[in-house]
Design a protein around this ligand. Structure first.
Ligand code: DER
Length: 218
């Protein structure tokens, strides 16, 4: 199976975690795009979605799925999203798509985070993929210096502005043996809006696309 076929398999499997007539949280990325397509096949029993990015909002609307403002919803039963990396404790490294701030907000508002990923994303240790960090533009250099002191090699994501008007630093060379600790450390740096470690609030279920089928890991 190609990587795309693996993504399609987990996108289909995720439908089993969509409660009837609920408003669900929806993430961002190519795997989620396939999930939105699959969701449209059961739109009759989906009340709507809270989106984590302008990109996903457009796709949801294009597939006839009502999009709700998070402020009008008190809680979400599930949040369906991908990850760039996920370890064996279900800690995730996210932000490859640049939507990490709203992803982290909607994930926090959901009871269950269902991660949909192909097997390439499943790693022993997070950090091979450069860690995205959303930063207020005027703090770029200050935050970059702090990241160098932590042993990282930050690179500006050229020409990219987030939905919130901020920039992203992609941090190479971090060996993330303690994701929760590093997430808390990064949260303390003034100017950091969101870092791509989803470890304090990790996935509750991982649907992992493998050649011999979808593994359900908790
Ligand atoms: O940006 C994100 O966090 C996305 O979830 C991303 O990590 C997954 O994108 P993909 O499904 O295109 O690999």
């Amino acid at each position: 199976l190609t990587q795309d076929q693996l993504k399609r398999e987990v996108a289909k499997k995720a439908l089993e975690y969509v409660p009837d007539n609920a408003i669900i949280g929806v993430g961002t990325g190519s795997t989620v795009n396939l999930f939105i397509e699959e969701l449209a096949t059961i739109k009759g029993r989906v009340k709507g979605a809270v989106s984590s990015s302008n990109a996903s909002t457009e796709r949801l609307k294009a597939h006839g799925i009502p999009v709700y403002d998070l402020n009008t919803v008190d809680e979400l039963p599930v949040y369906i999203d991908g990850a760039d990396e996920i370890n064996h404790y279900l800690h995730m490294l996210k932000g490859g798509g640049g939507a990490l701030t709203r992803e982290k907000i909607v994930a926090a508002a959901a009871d269950q985070y269902i991660c949909i990923a192909d097997e390439k994303k499943y790693v022993e240790m997070l950090g091979e993929f450069p860690l995205p960090i959303e930063v207020v533009p005027m703090a770029r250099s200050f935050v970059a210096r702090a990241l160098v002191r932590l042993g990282g090699h930050p690179e500006l994501r050229e020409g990219f502005v987030t939905d919130n008007g901020n920039i992203i630093l992609d941090v190479h060379g971090l060996k993330i043996a303690k994701p929760v600790e590093l997430e808390e450390t990064l949260n303390q740096i003034a100017g950091v809006v969101t870092n791509g470690l989803f470890a304090k609030r990790r996935a509750d279920v991982l649907l992992l696309g493998r050649q011999n089928g979808v593994d359900v890991l908790k």
